[in-house]
Design a protein around this ligand. Structure first.
Ligand SMILES: *Cc1c(COP(=O)(O)O)cnc(C)c1O
Length: 372
């Protein structure tokens, strides 16, 4: 049995007609960006996250970049984040003119290690961006306490953790602002590119609203230099519909992960995902670690099982960031993960038989490599 890594067609099938009807309404309305459908989704999503505001923007990268810009982060400033993330986290910092400063991840949860913050703090540090990687929150209490102690802003990169919780609160609502991506493959995905910032800070939300629309505070009245970071109406309409299935999708992902845990927990050379204390995991990515990834990849290829690697090269070792001067060995937990991670299919519509097929293939490959 072949198993794909993702299946967006299956995800859209039950809501396809409703989506098409909504798109017709958008076409007939004649408004295509930043209109009533976006406003409706902003209301829905802020209610879901438990924040006063949600501001719809063009992408997750825009959400991060607009938030940093609205906080006044720019040239000469430093922003602390992790090297084990999608490159957009660091890019958003760089695009403001500030410098990304990395701290390593915790080797169990793969999220920011709060104990390392003190080492990289400088007079230039303005903000911290913990990445809520793969579907779970970083350990936010010590990160928030450190930020308070030193007057720093905290922006959650929540692009992979829609609906995850920390201490009973939704990811994105924990720091000063939470940044989401609705790239189609995320737990909540648009029919194209979209993102949002959630926050309780009235002034910050207002500034992001102005910045996302060319710094326009009233028609033809540009009070700041912004850019085009608006969300499309089509995406707003689609996201309000798809938001209703987010919790159901997350429950399905969690149950697949529990099944993988049951079927794979005895394997010596496989490390399974760990959910940190006080947290709920929504498994955007189900990354296992394998001491012999090459063998495992060949076995999955042979069986027609889709997999991914998130991420094979940590950001500090990407060519684009060579100018920061980090060598291999600088962030050992991130590097170990990059060398051993392998993401198994975990999308909501997987069937129990497909989960068993994937687990059987992993088991066969891993037994073969232990006895070899
Ligand atoms: C997807 C993602 C982003 C960027 O979102 P886009 O909508 O693709 O711009 C940022 N950070 C992380 C951790 C992501 O996974």
């Amino acid at each position: 049995m072949k198993v794909p890594f993702t299946d967006l067609k299956a995800q859209h099938a039950p809501v396809k007609e409703e989506l098409c009807r909504a798109f017709e309404k958008v076409i007939d309305s004649g408004e295509f960006a930043g209109g009533p459908f976006v406003a409706k989704f902003e209301k829905d999503f802020s209610a879901y996250c438990g924040t006063r505001h949600a501001v719809g923007v063009g992408s997750g990268t825009d959400a991060l970049r607009l938030t940093l810009a609205a906080m006044g982060v720019g040239s000469g400033d430093e922003v602390i984040t992790v090297p084990m993330s999608f490159i957009a986290t660091a890019e958003a910092i760089s695009l403001t003119g500030a410098k990304p400063v990395f701290v390593d991840i915790d080797p169990a949860t793969y999220t920011m290690n709060p104990d390392l913050l003190r080492k990289v703090l400088s007079r230039r540090t303005k903000a911290i961006i913990p990445v809520q990687l793969f579907g779970q929150s970083a350990d936010m209490d010590p990160i928030l306490a450190f930020a308070r102690e030193h007057g720093l802003r905290v922006i959650e990169d929540a692009a992979q953790s829609h609906g995850a919780e920390y201490g009973g609160r939704k990811v994105g609502s924990l720091g000063d602002a939470g940044c989401f991506s609705f790239y189609p493959a995320k737990n909540l995905g648009a029919i194209g590119e979209a993102g949002a910032v959630v926050t309780d800070d009235d002034a910050l939300a207002e500034k992001i609203r102005v910045l996302r629309d060319h710094g326009q505070s009233g028609k033809h009245h540009h009070t700041m230099i912004g850019w085009n970071g608006r969300m499309d109406e089509i995406q707003g309409a689609a996201l309000s519909i798809k938001l209703r299935d987010l919790d159901g999708g997350n429950r399905a992902r969690r149950s697949h992960a529990a099944e993988y845990e049951r079927l794979l927990s005895g394997l010596e050379d496989i490390v399974l995902p760990v959910t940190g204390a006080n947290r709920s995991h929504v498994f955007h990515i189900h990354a296992i670690r394998s001491s012999d990834r090459g063998t495992l990849m060949r076995a999955l290829d042979e069986e027609g099982i889709g997999y991914g690697i998130h991420y094979p090269t940590p950001i500090h070792l990407q060519r684009a960031y060579q100018f920061l001067g980090h060598q291999r060995g600088a962030f050992p937990a991130s590097e170990l993960c990059a060398d051993t991670f392998l993401s198994l299919p975990v999308f909501p519509e997987l069937t129990p038989a497909q989960v068993e097929t994937v687990a059987a293939a992993v088991t066969a490959a891993s037994t073969a490599c232990v006895t070899a």
